[in-house]
Write a protein that binds this ligand. Sequence first.
Ligand code: GDP
Length: 440
Amino acid sequence: MAFEGLSERLENSFKKLRAKGKLTEADVKEAMREVRLALLEADVNYKVAKEFTNKVTERAIGDDVMENLTPGQMVIKIVNEELTELMGGTESRLSIAKHPPTVLMMCGLQGSGKTTHSGKLALKLKKDGHRPLLVACDVYRPAAIKQLQVVGSQIDVPVFEMGTINPVNIAEEAVKHAKDHGYDYVIIDTAGRLHIDEALMEELQNIRSTVHPNEILLVIDAMTGQDAVNVAKSFNESLGIDGVILTKLDGDTRGGAALSVRAVTGKPIKFVGTGEKLENLEVFHPARMASRILGMGDVLSFIEKAEMALDEKKAAELEKKLAKNKFDFNDLLDQFEQIERMGSLKDTIKMIPGIGKQIKDEDIDERAFDRLRCIIYSMTKQERANPEIINPSRKRRIAAGSGTSIEDVNKLMTQFKQMQKMVKQVGGRKGPKVSKKMRR
Ligand code: GDP
């Protein structure tokens, strides 16, 4: 998860501040020196880190903070506000064409996650009720068209391709095709290179001046830190971008790119990629991200993730079963799947305020579900649907089949019984309603 080290270091400096009843100017300056070091260590651009801490110091000293009853808390509040501001203040939405289709042009270096994120965006738009069309304009990498087609077929979104002819013509034809066939979004997956070069920029400029995209979205890899920020700067200078999609935030432990992109390029991060699955795309909310960095959790994103992962049909089926007080191992398997669709277990749990800070990564076993699933898969169909028939000899067989121990099976059975009890209580109350909003 991004910002791990940063959160910890900030937490340490804030602890010292909180402990003080009264703050002096020197206390604030010392804390900000620590904050600056923490930011630099998180790979935040040097100038950005310096300006940030200067701003916070100025506000903290100027705002009568020192007279406040809880001055430490006030400084943290200022840091929170300034972090939010640093990342763009409010979230930036995609612009929409007056006359459809809205054209989104995806660009970026090879391997940054362009194709994956073209798919993620298409899926998001589709879930929001739109009809997106994906367009294969990476005509140089032999497997690129195929890769986009695979992504398209996974989410049931059509892919427009014309082989390896001039990408400018493909983009132009794709927009016509979208108009003729009622697609309201066109997502153009352009070619990347290992490094920025003139030929690439020229091609992108040609596509831009031919199809006039509503949004030029630059895809950058968070794990490459300041390099990603430099790439963003160059693309913005040569091509002009409207926003950034910051990918692989799940694998980035430092978070420097997320914090510097806006200040260095003047362009906002619009989305972040948080995993390899096509569901793992989040709208970038600066305020929520700031709270996450400061270890205050992010309950809104947690709820949104849960909503995204919710499979309507399965939820309705579960609702019916709960109403009849029925909950078996098949339902439990479904629940595992839904939780896993929310992305990495670690990242998801850390969004819950108050919990994130208490739980260390090593406490979370990402593979716990696999083990439980293995046990459940070793049950017969009949046992899964009627857990009450699982007697000691069946347990022995299940443990042997799943390569676990009788204790493991017993533990699962006990937990499962507790769940059933809870389900009975909920079911008894006429069955829980999954709200319309949750189903979206
Ligand atoms: P492209 O060359 O820019 O089109 O990049 P791809 O879309 O092919 O992605 C490159 C690799 O990064 C693939 O293995 C993707 O699965 C992976 N990837 C893309 N986005 C993410 C993300 O948000 N998180 C993680 N962990 N991996 C990602």
